[in-house]
Design a protein around this ligand. Structure first.
Ligand code: HEM
Length: 173
């Protein structure tokens, strides 16, 4: 049964293509990022856009995960979680795109941070597929919920890793 049909939906590209698009964008950004950290107005504007993108992208993700917790605590319906997740799709990817675009003007991040960024993107594609699967159930089956929980933990771990390592880079001067 389809539980939530929020808005109009085009048929999404196959999962492998979506993941490949993320990997290609990630590689392209790393390839064109400078080894040296630039300074001046361009750097400052890029850092502001970077931080705004964290707020938009990670903020949207946190909202969805918070609604998931409220559902687990019995304080929200399952349809509320799905509706929030569908609504968060655009800001999440806008934020991620903003992070990649602004990152180009900030310089090459440390290896572990680059990896965390890739995990955020690829896991985000997988989470989108899980959401489409969840939307087909009135009561989600346990194995699907376990996959969602794992994807959520990976997402939180990767976002926080990127945020903390980014901040450490900033403080390192
Ligand atoms: C999920 C993706 C990302 C997240 C969550 C993230 C988060 C952050 C945060 C929170 C900061 C610290 C800002 C501050 O403390 O003022 C930062 C700084 C930084 N980020 Fe990212 N970032 C991401 C992707 C990228 C990418 C793709 C690049 C480069 C290609 C990059 C390069 C940098 C650099 C070089 C800094 C240090 C900037 C400076 O102070 O000069 N980040 N990032």
């Amino acid at each position: 049964m389809v539980v939530v049909a929020a808005g109009r939906h085009r048929r999404p590209a196959p999962l492998a293509w979506q993941a490949a698009a993320v990997v290609v964008c990630w590689l392209a950004v790393l390839a064109v990022s400078s080894y040296r950290r630039p300074a001046g107005a361009v750097h400052d504007a890029a850092l502001l856009l970077h931080l705004a993108s964290v707020v938009i992208g990670f903020g949207a993700v946190l909202m969805v995960d918070w609604f998931g917790l409220l559902w687990l605590a019995g304080r929200r319906g399952f349809a509320d979680v799905l509706r929030t997740a569908h609504g968060a799709h655009v800001p999440t990817w806008l934020g991620f795109a903003g992070l990649l675009a602004s990152g180009v003007f900030l310089g090459l991040p440390a290896g572990p941070k680059s990896l965390a960024v890739l995990v955020v993107g690829v896991n985000g594609v997988y989470a989108g597929a899980l959401l489409r699967e969840l939307s087909r159930h009135a009561v989600p089956p346990a194995p699907l919920l376990i996959r969602c929980a794992v994807a959520t933990l990976i997402s939180q771990g990767a976002w926080w890793t990127a945020v903390v390592l980014g901040h450490l880079t900033s403080r390192g001067g």
